[in-house]
Design a binder for this molecule. Structure first.
Ligand code: FAD
Ligand code: MLT
Ligand code: ZN
Length: 478
């Protein structure tokens, strides 16, 4: 039996896609990478995943897991050799169980994040992972990239939200780690090893995730700021003023929101005068156990004090859910507007929060000096110390300049991040985009341990090769 016939036998012929049917799964969301594949397969059960992996292992065929294909580092796109199989998780989309006493839900890897949030709400609970791609990204992709988003400040990232996993290893064996335990010290933590491994150590087929009580109300405010220093002072005040009620603190350069309102004229900034053209904005969200009116009152007190102390220049507090949504919509539209605006470089970095103003000031100046006309478009999850330190084009620095200089721009920014004690990937992962960069900044000892793990769990190197670790570190002689 040929290899593709074997795949058809396992998942059914309609779930083995080739040619035009496979094409949408061979290019990444940003259109940065396009690969080729023998086929795209869609298993419908964990056992089928295991059988597909075993067939691939028998034939030495590499496997690239893919969920919603919204990843920003090319991790779900095969290389152009045409030798790999893309394993799509879209049919693994069942909620297996909900336990409202244990506050957990058992979901399959292909469940769409938004569907999981909605199911939690229907059960009177709250699942807090929230990101702009939630309408199409999957729980498996969220786990494989250890996704962050806008609720990390209060609830943590995907790793923090996960209790148990079910994983198919490179040999096709199923590890049933679906335990809904908040304490389990029985040796090495395999769950945490697989979370964030971007499909290079195993294929995640299901997870037990944590649920939380629904907040009685949520309220949002947008503040106009004149510097990144102000943002840090405002964050400190918001943390002490709101304590655990502070569920979001996002920072956005004015140019980012101007790009959004230019690209989507139906969206508007809720300020007039100088505040409509502020250099920076902060978006704050609090959750309240009492009511919306109570949340607004708390906002008015703390933000009033912040303005009096010179930690913000102006503030608008949303008066209802529709206004809150409109403020979040401005924030969530930055990535989409950026994709329409031309070439850009996304640096997804994390830094000690105290170092952020200094880092931004110094790196902005260095970039402008070396690449005049390049546009600094920083935004991100300030409460987590995570900046999307992005750079865009202008009439003085066009797409061709950006492409010609992208390696030099990466090197300049990442060298500064490293010098400030930061990380070159905060929440998007490494994928294929940052493999070279990872090798530059991780210590040899870290790379050695990662390589030992990779080679013991995947000795044939068939799981998402070329992602996360440079190929050299995956070969038997490394
Ligand atoms: P994919 O893109 O399909 O895959 C991502 C990686 O995970 C690949 O390496 C793939 O091989 C691997 N993988 C997928 N499924 C599995 C599985 N079942 N088992 C093993 N490996 C698997 N990310 C954030 O962290 N925070 C944000 O705020 C955020 N906002 C975004 C906004 C927009 C508009 C977009 C387009 C993206 C955003 N992202 C954000 C990035 C992206 O949505 C996340 O990385 C998400 O977790 C990817 O999920 P996915 O299902 O699309 O994964
Ligand atoms: C975000 O915070 O909006 C995302 O991580 C996406 C991006 O960086 O563009
Ligand atoms: Zn982000």
């Amino acid at each position: 039996m040929s290899f593709t016939a074997k795949l058809s036998d396992i998942v059914g012929p309609t779930n083995v896609l080739t040619g035009a049917e496979a094409a949408p799964f061979l290019t990444d969301w940003r259109n940065r990478f396009t690969g080729r594949a023998i086929a795209v397969v869609r298993p419908g059960t964990t056992q089928q995943v295991a059988d597909v992996v075993r067939a691939c292992a028998d034939h030495g065929v590499p496997l690239v897991p893919q969920g919603g294909n919204t990843g920003l580092c090319g991790g779900a796109t095969p290389d152009d050799s045409g030798q790999a199989v893309v394993l799509l998780t879209s049919r693994l989309n069942r909620v297996r169980a909900v336990d409202t006493v244990n506050d957990t839900m058992t979901v399959e890897a292909g469940c769409i994040l938004q569907a999981v949030q909605e199911r939690a709400t229907a059960e009177g609970r709250f699942f807090p992972l929230s990101l702009g791609a939630e309408g199409s990204c999957t729980i498996g992709g969220n786990l494989a990239t250890n996704a962050g988003g806008t609720g990390v400040l209060r609830y943590g990232n995907m790793r923090d939200l996960t209790l148990g996993l079910e994983v198919v290893g490179a040999d096709g064996e199923i590890w049933d780690g679906l335990r809904g335990l908040r304490k389990d010290n029985t040796g090495y933590d395999l769950r945490d090893l697989y979370v964030g491994s971007e499909g290079t150590l195993g294929i995640i087929t299901a997870a037990i995730i944590k649920l939380f009580p629904q907040p009685a109300a949520r309220c949002t405010a947008l503040l106009a700021l004149s510097s990144a220093d102000q943002a840090i002072e405002l964050l400190a005040r918001a943390r002490s003023g709101f304590a655990a009620s502070l569920t979001g603190f996002e920072l956005m350069a004015g140019v980012c929101l101007q790009m959004v309102t230019r690209t989507y004229p139906a969206q508007r900034l809720p300020f007039e005068g100088p505040s409509a053209a502020a250099p920076w904005y902060a978006l704050l969200e609090i959750s309240d156990a009492e009511s919306e009116a109570h949340a607004r009152e708390r906002f008015e007190v703390v933000l009033g004090e912040a303005i009096e102390a010179g930690e913000a220049d102006d503030a608008v507090v949303a008066e209802n859910i529709a206004q809150s949504k409109a403020l979040w919509h401005l924030r969530e539209s930055i990535t989409l507007a950026q994709a329409e605006a031309g070439k850009s470089i996304k640096h997804d970095v994390s830094l000690p929060i105290s170092q952020i103003p200094h880092f931004v000031q110094e790196t902005d100046a260095l970039l402008q000096q070396r690449f005049p006309g390049l546009v600094n478009m920083t935004f991100g999850h300030l409460g987590d110390g995570n900046l999307h330190y992005n750079v865009g084009t202008s009439s003085a620095f066009g797409d061709a300049d950006m492409l010609a200089n992208q390696d030099a721009i990466y090197a300049l920014v990442h060298d500064r991040v490293h010098a400030f004690g930061g990380s070159i990937s905060a929440e998007h992962g490494v994928g294929q985009l940052k493999v070279g960069e990872l090798a530059r900044y991780k210590s040899t000892q870290e790379l050695k341990i990662m390589s030992l793990l990779k080679r013991s769990l995947d000795p044939q190197c068939i799981l998402n090769p070329g992602k996360v670790l440079p190929s050299y570190w995956c070969s038997p002689n490394a």
